[in-house]
Structures are given as structure tokens and as C-alpha cells.
Design a protein around this ligand. Structure first.
Ligand code: COA
Length: 164
């Protein structure tokens, strides 16, 4: 039986990819509710506004079976998790190279909120090399990204970087 707990999968999602969706689907099998929390302000120079990132994620996630919702948040992640009465932060792990950054965030978040656990889920290996930046770069040069992003994201990127 699935835990009644609420998990928060946080990130920039600029844009959401099939790698992210794979993690969302896995989390949906483990937790009663999964909230995809999109950071409104980030140090990253985003291609998409927070409203666009939320809409793209909502459309893509509506195709998945499970109890999901997509929201944006500002400020500290642990505060947001507390405000929505969440219990767990989900992070996807792709490769060993993710470990150092992820461990630092998880340990710092634990300093800020001892009661909120971070749970790491392994991304499917076929998506283990994807990042949103690589997807945007390949789209900019008209490479084929159709296997790596949901159709709504593909369409949006094709609108921004039209084929010649
Ligand atoms: N599949 C494909 N790509 C993945 C992925 C997966 N399973 N998991 C991560 N990525 C990619 C992302 O697309 C992103 O690529 P990019 O750098 O090219 O954009 C990269 O890996 C990591 O990004 P993401 O997982 O979205 O995390 P982030 O570092 O952008 O966001 C926050 C991290 C928003 C969760 C974090 O900064 C945060 O909590 N901010 C709020 C402020 C706060 O509380 N700070 C203290 C934290 S200790």
C-alpha cells in the first residue's frame, strides 16, 4: 500500500523532460501525493517564464497515472514543503557526478528542517545523460530531441527554434 505521505519533487524544470517525467512516475508509485514544485526564482537564466514552466509540466504530467499536482514556489524549499504539509523531498539521481551537489543540498536541507527527508530515485538509464540545458542547446541547433521531451515541450522548442 502506498504511503499517505506527500512528496515534493523540486527543480527548475526549464523545461520538463522525459527524464523528469520518469522520476515523477516512479515517485507516484511510492507516495500518495506528488507535488512537482517549480522554483520561480533561480540563479539560472531560464528560457521559459515560471508560468510557462508550470504549464508545460502540468500538460505533460496530465498524461501520467497518479495523484500529481504542479505548483511554483519562491524562497526556501523546506519552508514550502512545510507550508503544504509535505514530508519528503524527491530528487532524481542520474550519475555519480550528481552525488556531490545532491548530497550538499540534502544535508543542508536537513540542517534547516530535520523532519523532512530527501529521497533519491534513480532515473531510467535511457535518460541518465539528459539535462534541460543540453536539450535546449540541441534544439537551438535543430538536433532531434523528440525522444527526450514530451510532445508539448517539443512543440514549444520548435516554435522558438524553427526548422530552417
Ligand atoms: N532527468 C533529466 N534531467 C534532470 C533530471 C532527470 N531525472 N534530474 C535533474 N535534471 C537536470 C535538470 O534539468 C537540470 O538541468 P540544467 O542544469 O541543465 O537546467 C539539472 O539536472 C539540475 O536541476 P534541477 O534538478 O532542476 O535542480 P536545480 O538545481 O535546477 O534546482 C532547487 C534546485 C530549485 C530544488 C534548489 O535550488 C532549491 O531548493 N531552491 C530553493 C532555495 C533553497 O531552498 N535553497 C537551499 C537548498 S539547500
Amino acid at each position: 500500500m502506498k504511503s499517505e505521505r506527500t512528496a515534493v519533487y523540486a527543480g527548475t524544470f526549464d523545461p520538463i523532460t522525459n527524464g523528469h517525467l520518469d522520476v515523477v512516475a516512479r515517485a507516484g508509485k511510492m507516495f500518495h501525493t506528488v507535488v512537482v514544485a517549480i522554483a520561480a526564482s533561480t540563479t539560472k537564466n531560464t528560457l521559459f517564464s515560471v508560468e510557462e514552466r508550470v504549464n508545460l509540466a502540468r500538460e505533460a504530467i496530465s498524461a501520467l497515472e497518479g495523484n500529481f499536482r504542479v505548483e511554483s514556489f519562491d524562497g526556501l524549499l523546506v519552508e514550502y514543503v512545510r507550508n503544504i504539509k509535505g514530508n519528503v523531498i524527491i530528487r532524481g539521481l542520474r550519475a555519480v557526478s550528481d552525488y556531490e551537489y545532491e548530497a550538499q543540498m540534502a544535508l543542508f536541507n536537513r540542517q534547516l528542517a530535520e523532519d523532512i527527508e530527501t529521497v533519491f530515485l534513480m532515473t531510467a538509464d535511457k535518460y541518465s545523460f539528459i539535462t534541460s540545458s543540453i536539450i535546449k542547446q540541441v534544439a537551438m541547433y535543430h538536433g532531434d530531441i523528440s525522444r527526450f521531451v514530451p510532445t508539448n515541450v517539443l512543440k514549444k522548442l520548435n516554435d522558438i527554434y524553427p526548422q530552417k
